[in-house]
Design a protein around this ligand. Sequence first.
Ligand code: ZN
Ligand code: ZN
Length: 504
Amino acid sequence: MFRGYSRSNAPLKAISLFIKALNYNLLPDDYTFPSLLKACVVAKAFQQGKQLHCLAIKLGLNENPYVCPTLINMYAGSNDVDGAQRVFDEILEPCVVSYNAIITGYARSSRPNEALSLFRQLQARKLKPNDVTVLSVLSSCALLGALDLGKWIHEYVKENGLDKYVKVNTALIDMYAKCGSLDGAISVFESMSLRDTQAWSAMIVAYAMHGQGQDVMSMFEEMARANVQPDEITFLGLLYACSHTGLVDEGFRYFYTMSEVYGIIPGIKHYGCMVDLLGRAGLLHEAYKFIDELPIKPTPILWRTLLSSCSSHGNLELAKQVMNQILELDDSHGGDYVILSNLCARAGKWEDVDTLRKLMIHKGAVKIPGCSSIEVDNVVHEFFSGDGVHYVSTALHRALDELVKELKSVGYVPDTSLVVHPDMEDEEKEITLRYHSEKLAISFGLLNTPPGTTIRVVKNLRVCGDCHSAAKLISSLIDREIILRDVQRFHHFKDGKCSCGDYW
Ligand code: ZN
Ligand code: ZN
């Protein structure tokens, strides 16, 4: 009955039935705990889950190989991955199932570094990863842009016959695409004998992320010919591709096809793509109207998308209106103040810049620091903007100083207008720019990888204009390809040019 309820849409009934059983002095065993804990996860009854954990300890079952993984899942499922880690740490000889539970917990909480280090621990203990392990590890590689480890997993998948799982192949496509290797994604997709909706969607999104709008559309036609139904992710890929290639009419056509032909109700992400589509094309007032007339309450992210379009098209008037809309919903996002204040600064409105700065401090809004990561020899290194500016300079900073000197000799001019600060001297502004996280990660790559190796960097925010032009120059000056994934898209720098065509 417990198991039946835990799989039904009334999982709480498992818990109330369990209380009845306790009244009859019937204690749970290693066979009943997993179902009860699962019911707690599905019903989000975490208080009850913790009580079950106590009971398991009292009964000496907390290290039981059947109970332990479900305890870990229960904590991870309640967004308490540290609690999950504590349960895991209690186990003397963890098995693959326990490792899977904790690795998946970290992967789902967007803590890929911890997921990968547990994976290495699992290997060191000579345990055999299975399809569940591989799925979580691949999603962690994708988050970090750790291509080498991803490739190693791919080899492991092939050697151990895990490529019979469509899900594993789909995760491989996603990993290759997010680590900047479109070719890798294509070759996995082509090797698949069975492709479901998720697999097609992953490939469509892969092309979209890499700015191959034409391929996205022909893939979509091919998918229809193969009689595979698209889902909401497929359309996200299509809309994303349209917005990044400036195809406004096609974008709207897909947007209507989605609901009218396939009966898929657009979600907030689809609306986001449409706002981006209009905003990028410079149709800013149309985008404003689109958000204003939505059938659902717009989220701050939608307005934020429009705010950054206003910024790239230099429309200060509309940006102010958009900012008012954002502030009504969420005034804690430092990035919004920074965008608007940069716009004001460009227009020379220093009083507004000052007002915004005070408002930002008053609201306690924080700016997320830029962070870029790079994988070298299976270790992921993270750099934060301004790292080391106020400390003694390291070999990395000296190398970066040298690099900037060389870049200047071939025409690089640091774009100090990007640093908005009325009290800073130009020289100070230049130093601030120089130690941006992207530049730190790229020069770390130059220092620590053999000549000719492609440098792959992942950044948590959008790449800044100055780092973008510096990366272009580095790619021709040092003859290295640089692939930089920012929060929006990929930039593939080669021979002094970027694949985005300076449009991002
Ligand atoms: Zn920068
Ligand atoms: Zn670019």
